[in-house]
Write a protein that binds this ligand. Structure first.
Ligand code: FES
Length: 104
């Protein structure tokens, strides 16, 4: 069974901006934005070496980790520098104007 948690309201998400939301009981925030008009939610931590991604900016659907500069495509989670790395994409569900993600 999925662990579904509320992250934010739809109005809190801004196209082209990576918004960071704290979720109770979770170490790293959940980052939410729109890519190609679709809601995308990812963990706020790099899968390379656990550096926070909250300060990353969205550029053409990708973000760059401030740690070592690896880029991640938010559409797929793929890393442009290391194919073995993937930024997890949380399944997103809208309930009214509330945004939920499945952490597990
Ligand atoms: S910690 Fe993110 S690229 Fe190294």
């Amino acid at each position: 069974m999925a662990l579904r948690v509320r992250v934010c309201r739809l109005a809190d998400v801004v196209p082209g901006e990576l918004r960071s939301f704290r979720v109770s009981g979770v170490t790293w925030p959940v980052l939410v934005t729109y890519v190609d008009d679709a809601l995308v939610a990812v963990p706020g931590v790099c899968p390379h070496e656990d550096v926070g991604l909250e300060t990353s900016e969205v550029d053409d659907g990708t973000i760059t980790c401030p740690g070592h500069g690896y880029r991640f495509d938010l559409r797929t989670g793929r890393c442009g520098h290391d194919p073995a790395l993937e930024l997890r994409r949380y399944p997103v569900t809208l309930v009214g104007d509330e945004v939920f993600v499945d952490l597990l």
